[in-house]
Design a binder for this molecule. Structure first.
Ligand SMILES: [Zn+2]
Length: 296
């Protein structure tokens, strides 16, 4: 009888823990890092040792596509709302406070509904249009320099351990407009942003979140000559790299990836329901089958 009870307890405990494991989100922390003006071809030619190491250790593609028009606010709106411009209706590209926040839900709003903590650390004030009231616990524009943004967000990561955190660097867009896409100045700026990424990685480790995080590295748009905004491949083609918990190692993503898939992937990883009207789909091919099965 005692033996029967012991077996029963073991079976119940196993079932309970298996159920908990299946219900757990794939990751409890998602960090989205956007390199403003990140033309995929120029990034490949730039010295970005941290980003390239993360691609080798993770899954990625240099052929992801942004939405049209390929400009900062419109593209970031798609990246963080999971829908194209026709749905998010962010058709302007400047800080215009009288317009207020955008009119559709964002990944931050959806994460907040389940009690998660959120943060946006950006280099351009106009991205505040993407922060709906109550959706972002900490919105900061530390400066236009990636090392300042990295320092500020690193402090926040260590202190607050956010569930969903967006980080935006723009040294490369500024140098692109001034000196040209692919210019030596811009190539150096990609190196500066890579140093900033390294600092963020250190903060994630210092906060002891590395084993429970996924980091997505991407861009809002590329560029050509001293501009962007067209539907040319130089302007539209961006990197999309996933690194961290459950991510396949050294995997080249063959499936098409569009920038609005970023928001969908973030929610899917955090086990937050993806709104039915979203255009974006999670990039599940980047993740190990076992992890995908557990998250679904
Ligand atoms: Zn931009």
């Amino acid at each position: 009888m005692i033996r029967y009870v012991r077996v029963l307890i073991t079976v119940c405990a196993f079932t309970f823990f298996a159920a908990v494991a299946l219900a757990a989100p794939l990751a409890n922390h998602v960090f989205i890092v956007s390199f403003d003006g990140g033309n995929a071809a120029v990034m490949q030619q730039s010295a970005m040792p941290t980003l390239k190491k993360m691609m080798k250790e993770g899954a990625g593609t240099w052929k992801a596509q942004t939405t049209f028009p390929s400009v900062t606010l419109v593209s970031h709106a798609s990246m963080l709302t999971g829908v194209g411009p026709a749905k998010h209706n962010v058709i302007w590209n400047g800080w215009e406070p009288e317009r207020g926040p955008l009119a559709v839900t964002t990944a931050f709003t959806e994460a907040k509904k389940t009690g998660m903590t959120t943060a946006m650390y950006v280099s351009k004030r106009k991205l505040e249009h993407l922060s709906l009231p109550g959706s972002v616990d900490s919105f900061e524009v530390p400066s236009s320099k990636s090392n300042d943004v990295a320092a500020a967000v690193s402090k926040h990561i260590v202190e607050k351990k956010p569930s969903l955190c967006f980080i935006h660097f723009t040294d490369t867009d500024s140098t692109g407009h001034k000196f040209g896409w692919g210019s030596p100045e811009q190539v150096r700026a990609f190196g500066d942003e890579d140093n900033a990424l390294d600092a963020v990685r250190d903060a994630i480790s210092a906060a002891r979140l590395a084993k429970d995080s996924v980091v997505i590295l991407t861009a809002d748009h590329g560029g050509h000559e001293k501009t962007h905004g067209t539907d040319s491949p130089e302007d539209m083609t961006i990197p999309w790299i996933a690194w961290g918990k459950g991510v396949k190692r050294g995997f080249s993503i063959a499936a098409p990836v569009t920038t609005y898939d970023t928001a969908a992937t973030a929610l899917w990883l955090l086990d937050v329901p993806i709104p039915a009207e979203w255009d974006g789909k999670p990039v599940t091919s980047a993740f190990k089958r076992k992890a995908v099965a557990a998250a679904n």
